[in-house]
Design a protein around this ligand. Structure first.
Ligand code: PGA
Length: 251
């Protein structure tokens, strides 16, 4: 059975001291609680080792937000998957719309990153989603299909099974505009159908598909109640425990 996951994406926020304090506070808040989902913190690269060490004896996972599309070598400023794995992190967010829009990450580049991440045993949280004009033109289904097939569909079914998918409509990210519960369910079901057509029903049913985009304490319960929404990728609301905890407890 697929897992329910609530993953925080801190983006380029918090200093090391602040990030570590946030991780400690969340750890304390979850202590002794019966949590019904996996929890992951996507921290800046600089925080990974400290946060992973702080969370070592807990069930809270740690994720990078990006990785290089090269294995190692003369790529000044880049961070390899081996470096990420060596910090103790278990996940890497790939294909976030901000990476696609501001850093020119194409499906072809992301395909390389996914293969590298898997080679180090990292679990990619792979983001897909349409921009507003595509949604308004009714192209959202074909946009996510193309993102999946161009970046991921050369993977074997065994490798694909290691991925988490995050559907994040770009128009909902950081805007306060959330996809309605029906819109989320509709496209998540479509994504699952697309996965089933490629990898079969069993793989599709076992893949966690998270929703992201202005998910918060007030809408998480309704979004997560949908049959095909298996959790959330949370930006703004992951930066404070009093906002993040109710989302985790929405399961
Ligand atoms: P948001 O960001 O929750 O602040 O909208 C989500 C994301 O970008 O992953």
């Amino acid at each position: 059975m697929r897992k329910n996951i609530v993953a925080g994406n801190w983006k380029m926020n918090t200093t090391l001291t602040e990030g570590l304090a946030l991780a400690k506070e969340l750890k304390a808040a979850l202590q002794g609680k019966d949590i019904k989902c996996d929890v992951v913190l996507g921290t800046p690269f600089t925080h990974l080792a400290s946060v992973a060490s702080e969370l070592k004896s807990t069930k809270i996972g740690v994720s990078a937000q990006n990785c290089a599309n090269k294995e190692s070598g003369a790529y000044t400023g880049e961070i390899s998957v081996a470096m990420i794995a060596s910090t103790g992190a278990q996940y890497v967010i790939l294909g976030h719309s901000e990476r696609r829009a501001y850093y020119g990450e194409t499906n072809a580049i992301l395909k390389e990153k996914v293969v590298l991440a898997l080679s180090q045993g990292l679990k990619p949280i792979f983001c897909i989603g349409e921009v507003l004009e595509e949604r308004e033109a009714g192209k959202h289904f074909s946009v996510v299909e193309a993102q999946l097939s161009e970046a991921l569909f050369d993977l074997s079914s065994a490798d694909f099974s290691k991925l988490v998918i995050a559907y994040e409509p770009v128009w909902a990210i950081g805007t306060g505009k959330t996809a309605s519960s029906d819109q989320a369910q509709e496209i998540h079901a479509h994504i699952r159908k697309t996965l089933a057509a490629k990898y079969g029903e069993a793989v599709a049913q076992n893949t966690s598909i998270l929703y992201g985009g202005s998910c918060n304490a007030s809408n998480a319960k309704e979004l997560f109640a949908n049959a095909d929404v298996d959790g959330g990728l949370i930006g703004g609301a992951a930066l404070a425990v009093d906002k993040f905890l109710p989302i985790i407890e929405a399961f």
